[in-house]
Design a protein around this ligand. Structure first.
Ligand SMILES: Cc1cc2nc3c(=O)[nH]c(=O)nc-3n(C[C@H](O)[C@H](O)[C@H](O)COP(=O)(O)OP(=O)(O)OC[C@H]3O[C@@H](n4cnc5c(N)ncnc54)[C@H](O)[C@@H]3O)c2cc1C
Length: 391
């Protein structure tokens, strides 16, 4: 019979947040046969297709769910400039539809009587008084042995970010073929204006469907009105304004978020997901990093050990990302040049390895050599170069 968690009913693990990090951990625990009682707390009442996860992955690497599309080529271009098309043999750029991942996770969780996803339930506080852990929620309090907290950072903590990646996107459909679906437009129409650096991102899902986003790297978190105006302008310039809109997605992602302010770590409580620094500073990508954390955390729990939080940034890469972000923040007008230099001078495999955190010292050297020294030497000075501690 399915176990029904009741108020004050002790559980083995509370996962706070049923988003990417929380569900990725839960699915691994289900697959690994975790025998303890697990409660996953999620405020939303329904899962919808609210985001697209795209990332580079080795061609034969198993993914948590089948990607909706994958591509071997990607493009960079300046506004009105010729595109630079790159590829990396042995790698693909994959796109996972969020609803596919959510549905897969929900089905797995529902298949085990010792796992419960409590929708419409918000965690208020994690308490460790008297040496006992508990999570107070809108549905009551759960005493627990372990907590994995994946709540996103509060908006006020975002203000410490070096840059914000702000975008608005629409999935479009035409009755007739309009998109070249042989390659992704990773950063095209790159330009800068009074609000900073801006570019288009186009995932052509088929000749008739595409996700089109207008993205800004800005020193301010920009509002919806501005982002929608950017996207309208992009669609008008391409002649795509009259497409049917299947869905929308939008985000303001922190780039170079300062370390979380965890006053005193609590034994048995681990922090993960974007609130714990899972987004790569230089790209805002988090999918692959969250999968790697979920693998590790599930392994620990399956061995009867406490959960682990999102790991500290690798030192060299973290340093390079912080310098790069600062150079972008200081030089929005030159940002198109920086990305085009990377696209043109760094071999596709080296670029992808660096972006996927598989880069060795040769790849790091190629990235540094491709960039103009002046802005990067200047960017060596500044508060955002502090390393990020682990959580
Ligand atoms: C629109 C969008 C597109 C993105 N695209 C990409 C991409 O292409 N590639 C990539 O690598 N990364 C991408 N990212 C970045 C990153 O991968 C995602 O943000 C990812 O969802 C982060 O996972 P998470 O678990 O940290 O956060 P989320 O998936 O947001 O999950 C956090 C969960 O915590 C819940 N929660 C909040 N408060 C509480 C509370 N008090 N109690 C309990 N639960 C709570 C939320 O409801 C949510 O379900 C994108 C992000 C967005 C927003």
């Amino acid at each position: 019979m399915r176990w029904r968690p009741a108020m004050n009913d002790p559980v083995d693990l509370v996962v706070v947040g049923g988003g990417l990090a929380g569900l990725s951990l839960a699915t691994r625990l289900v697959r690994g046969g975790y025998a303890g009682r697990v409660v996953i707390l999620e405020p939303r009442g329904e899962y919808v297709d609210d985001r697209s996860w795209a990332f580079w992955t080795p061609a034969h690497h198993a993914l948590p769910v089948a990607p909706a599309r994958q591509w071997n080529h990607w493009q960079f271009s300046r506004q009105d400039g010729e595109p630079v098309t790159r590829r990396a043999p042995g790698w693909r750029y994959a796109y996972i539809r969020s609803l596919d991942l959510y549905r897969n996770a929900l089905a797995l969780i529902a298949s085990r009587p010792n796992f419960r996803l409590l929708m419409g339930t918000r965690a208020n506080a994690v308490d460790a008084s008297g040496g006992h852990l508990s999570v107070a929620t809108t549905a009551g309090t759960f005493p627990t042995s372990f907590v994995v907290d994946t709540r996103p950072a509060a908006m006020d903590r975002f203000s410490g970010s070096t840059l914000f990646q702000c975008f608005s996107g629409r999935e479009l459909r035409f009755d007739q073929a309009r998109f070249d679906d042989s390659r992704v437009e990773l950063m095209t129409d790159m330009r800068s204006d009074a609000l900073g650096f801006v570019f288009s991102y186009v995932l052509p899902l088929s000749p008739t469907r595409a996700l089109v986003e207008a993205t800004r790297f800005s020193t301010r978190a920009l509002g919806q009105a501005q982002l929608c105006a950017d996207l309208d302008q992009t669609l008008a310039a391409r002649g795509w304004s009259n497409a049917q809109v299947l869905r929308t997605e939008t985000a303001v992602l922190p780039m170079g978020l300062p370390a979380p302010d965890v006053a005193e770590p609590i034994a048995g409580v681990a922090h993960a997901g974007m609130g714990a620094g899972a987004l790569r500073a230089a790209s805002g990508f988090g999918f692959v990093r969250i999968q790697a954390w979920a693998d590790r955390c599930a392994r620990e729990l399956l061995q009867g050990r406490p959960p682990v939080g999102h790991p500290a940034e690798p030192k060299v890469q973290g340093w390079m990302d912080r310098v790069f972000l600062r150079a972008l923040a200081n030089n929005p007008a030159r940002s198109p040049e920086f990305f085009l230099r990377l696209a043109s001078s760094v071999p596709g495999e080296a670029f992808v390895r660096f972006m996927s955190e598989q880069g060795g010292w040769r790849d790091h050297a190629r990235i540094i050599a491709a960039l103009p020294p002046g802005p990067f030497l200047q960017a060596l000075h500044g508060p955002s170069l502090r390393p990020r501690p682990s959580t």
